[in-house]
Design a protein around this ligand. Structure first.
Ligand code: 26V
Length: 793
């Protein structure tokens, strides 16, 4: 076993600095020290990683393969030190070397290989699979550019490319020997009565492995990301003729495949490059899975005994047809048997009901890029129709489109939603007919890893928890319930208060530095951070903020509970309405923050470029968690769980996992408001719902009037005419209908916050009752109900 002592760590850091990086300690930069520390920490992961792989081989254990177009992993250094139990030692050693550990940690770029919830969930799942000892591989794409960087110019969002890979990425191992050819396009030929695909293009998928270490280093899995390379490197003839650009064309073409993450998670667009990326990931993963399986010496028909493949949304749903193709075309299996084998391996997780986000490809595009798969899909569709006689509107291929949801459903043995409410809606609405024919929809409520989202990001609270209930809660989060009896004691509540306050003071300093706004740590920190979408209703939040501003101006002497409204999040570059909402928030912030009548009673801040690292800073300092989506629209939410764990009560609707949060925490510790999913559907039947709500609410009229008059855009009074018009006439997400209820709930928040003891008790009970939302629980659910895999620990 490796020497995990402090002198050894120091020695290894210095050795890496000298021999891996070739730097003299006297001239080493923060970057050099970070690399040296990262390599020294990585060394300590390698042995448990090998041991895990060896054990999986030796026991012939079933493996899980998690296919995802997104892994929003963020920074890895501190997380690795925490899971190895070396966090404090690393800090100490770095101090001895004259380096500040936080500075080093924050030097690491935030790997944003995902858009939001779906990608972050995949990252939490990877950590939890390693923690519970589930042998697993994550498969994804090694995007050169992750999610774009956001900045504000005159309050408007401006995007620029993200470039996390321009620096050396110390966590990965390049595996040039693990490379697969990925075919595209071309045509089909019949040879000896079999269909043969003659591809028109090929690219190479090359593996890059990042070890993922679980809590206490007991198990480690692999995140294998594929980078695209040309199969033919270079056109030497052209180069010799002096045509340098054309000579490099194959290279350029191939590399575009893994160049950039698609930044739009709202609206599906039938972009050919996106389809190619999806197939690139899926085919590389499946070829790798079959290679490893064959190395074990098993029969292909036994694949489902050894292999569970999970599709994270429909993005890798081409896995069904591709696995059939590999089994039939390249391994000689009969079509029907291949379909059964594929289905027994595959599971599909649905993450959205929004119709505009459901993937469907024009058969023309699909047949052009993947002609053999188009043929296989048609065969599956015919078989399904002839065998089960579904209603005429149900099927995979309809109106010259391939529907990826239907394909994923039919090709999986289990389909799951991500919260109780969402799974119910998947069953009753999205896949009602298919569920009637083949009941296979189950629920697996999302979770988040408490190592990153409590232990690591909230040291004051984590320390208090350990002091109060002892060690071990990190991997057994239900134990947080043991805090409950303490939530009655004023000494504990004072400590809880002190922990929260320390985080708020730190955040206030950061806000001053990054937004130039002075906020008081005595104010209530009210936080809404997530992608900007109409359904998430940041607009509702800013309208309430304006109403509050209006009321403060009207009666500044009242004993206002001071508030800081904190927003964070990116809009898809092409999503005009979301961008308008960002602009409005920034315009309101400018007016409110500089109004001398307001002072500390209200501040609005919107730091640029929200990402995983910013979440780790904001969430521990939050007093109030905003989860205010239109009921029925947010599949689950996972930010909501992080806030709860960190002792921030929720103001929210009955949507997604909010329903289960409310159930766990109790209604006296949750600020519930708004229409239910059912009421939303009814309310929409009334074409005048918005006008009725607005005319019935003087405060809402005042707010809309202020915006329309240009109070927040004096240089351009008409700036928000369209946005206001939308609320009046096209309020699909029922902002107007929920406005009064939301405002009333916010008033109750003020009352509760003013009662210190009551508030602290609520906050502490949120933490104490958050155990259910550990992603360890979620993973154990998938292992038992979907994958049929046991822990290897
Ligand atoms: C969709 C698309 C459409 C095609 C182009 C690129 C792209 C990228 C991402 C998506 C994903 C949309 C679905 C999604 O992110 N759902 C979120 O999943 C979270 C984890 O289950 C859940 O907590 C959120 O409520 C849900 O919105």
């Amino acid at each position: 076993m490796r020497d995990l002592s402090e002198p050894q760590l120091k020695q290894d850091i210095l050795r890496h600095l000298t021999y891996t990086l070739g730097k003299d300690a006297a001239h080493a930069s923060t970057y050099d020290w970070r690399m040296a520390l990262s390599f020294a920490i990585r060394d300590r992961i390698v042995e448990p990683w090998f041991a895990s792989t060896r054990k999986t081989w030796d026991t012939g254990h079933k493996r899980v393969y998690y296919l995802s177009m997104e892994f929003l992993i963020g920074r890895l250094l501190e997380d690795a030190t925490i899971n190895l139990g070396l966090r404090d030692m690393a800090e100490q050693v770095m101090a001895e070397l004259g380096q500040d550990f936080r500075t080093i940690v924050e030097d690491e770029p935030d790997a944003a290989l995902g858009n939001g919830g779906l990608g972050r969930l995949a990252a939490c799942f990877m950590e939890s699979m390693a923690t519970v000892g589930c042998p697993a591989y994550g498969y994804g794409i090694r995007y050169e550019h992750g999610l774009f960087r956001q900045r504000f110019e005159g309050g408007r969002q401006v995007e620029s490319p993200e470039d996390w890979l321009t620096q050396r990425h110390p966590w990965e191992f390049e595996r040039p020997e693990a490379a697969y050819t990925i075919p595209f396009k071309g045509h089909l030929e019949t040879r000896d009565g079999r269909d043969v695909w003659v591809p028109g293009e090929t690219v190479l998928a090359e593996a890059y492995d990042t070890p993922v270490i679980g809590w206490q280093g007991k198990w480690a899995n692999t995140l294998r990301l594929w980078g695209a390379k040309p199969t033919t490197l270079f056109d030497l003839d052209r180069f010799n003729r002096g045509d340098y650009a054309a000579a490099a064309a194959p290279e350029t073409l191939a590399r575009t495949l893994s160049r950039v993450l698609y930044p739009d998670d709202t609206t599906y667009q039938g972009k050919e490059l996106r389809l190619k990326q999806e197939f690139f990931l899926t085919s590389a993963a499946l070829q790798d899975i079959l290679r490893r399986f064959k190395a074990g010496g098993f029969m292909l028909r036994d694949l489902p005994k050894h292999v569970a493949i999970q599709m994270n949304d429909t993005h890798p749903a081409i896995a069904g047809p591709e696995l059939i193709r590999l089994l039939v075309d390249e391994n000689g299996m009969e079509f029907m048997e291949a379909m059964e084998v594929a289905r027994a391996c595959l599971g599909y997780t649905n993450h959205t009901l929004l119709p505009e986000a459901l993937e469907r490809w024009a058969t023309f595009t699909f047949g052009n890029v993947l002609p053999r798969h188009m043929q296989i899909i048609e065969r599956i569709d015919h078989w399904h129709r002839d065998t089960y006689h579904p209603p005429h509107w149900v099927g995979i291929v309809k109106h010259h489109e391939v529907r990826m949801g239907e394909l994923a459903f039919i090709m999986s043995h289990k389909v799951n939603g991500v919260s109780a409410l969402h799974s119910d809606l998947v069953k009753k609405n999205l896949f009602a007919e298919l569920d009637g024919l083949h009941p296979r929809i189950i629920n697996q409520t999302n979770g988040v890893t408490p190592r990153r989202w409590l232990k690591m990001c909230n040291r004051p609270l984590a320390g208090l928890i350990t002091d109060t209930i002892g060690e071990g809660w990190e991997a057994d989060l239900d134990r947080l319930r043991e805090l409950e009896p303490h939530a009655k004691k004023s000494a504990f509540l004072a400590d809880f208060d002190a922990a929260k306050r320390a985080n708020k003071v730190a955040l206030a300093g950061w806000i001053k530095e990054h937004c130039g706004v002075t906020v008081s740590a005595d104010a209530l920190f009210d936080v809404q951070v997530k992608r900007i979408h109409e359904y998430k209703r940041q607009l509702l939040n800013i309208l309430e903020t304006i109403a509050r501003y209006h009321d403060i101006k009207a009666d500044p002497k009242k004993d206002w509970v001071p508030r800081v409204k904190i927003f964070g999040g990116k809009a898809a570059p092409g999503y005009a309405v979301a961008k308008e909402i960002i602009h409005l928030i920034n315009d309101v912030a400018a007016v409110v923050n500089s109004d001398p009548d307001v002072g500390d009673r209200l501040k609005v801040v919107y730091p640029e470029n929200y990402n995983v690292s910013m979440a780790e800073r904001l969430i521990p300092a939050a007093d109030l968690s905003e989860q205010i989506s239109t009921a029925g629209k947010e599949a689950s939410g996972t930010g909501n769980m992080k806030f709860m764990m960190n002792g921030a009560p929720t103001i929210g609707t009955l949507d997604g996992a909010n329903v289960e949060i409310l159930q766990e925490v109790g209604d006296e510790n949750f600020f519930l408001f708004g229409l239910t999913a059912e009421e939303v559907m009814k309310r929409r039947q009334n074409p005048d719902h918005a006008r009725d709500a607005i005319t019935a609410s003087q405060p809402l009229q005042d707010v809309l009037q202020m915006i329309a008059e240009g109070r927040f855009s004096p240089s351009e009074p008409g700036r928000y005419h369209e946005l206001v018009h939308r609320v009046w006439h096209h309020d699909y997400f029922l902002v107007a209908s929920d406005f009064d209820a939301y405002r009333e709930a916010q008033a109750q928040v003020d009352t509760a916050y003013a009662d210190r003891k009551r508030w602290l008790r609520m906050a502490a009970l949120n933490t104490a009752r958050s155990g259910f939302f550990s992603s360890d629980r979620t993973i154990r659910g998938y292992m038992a109900d979907v994958w049929d895999v046991k822990s290897a620990l």
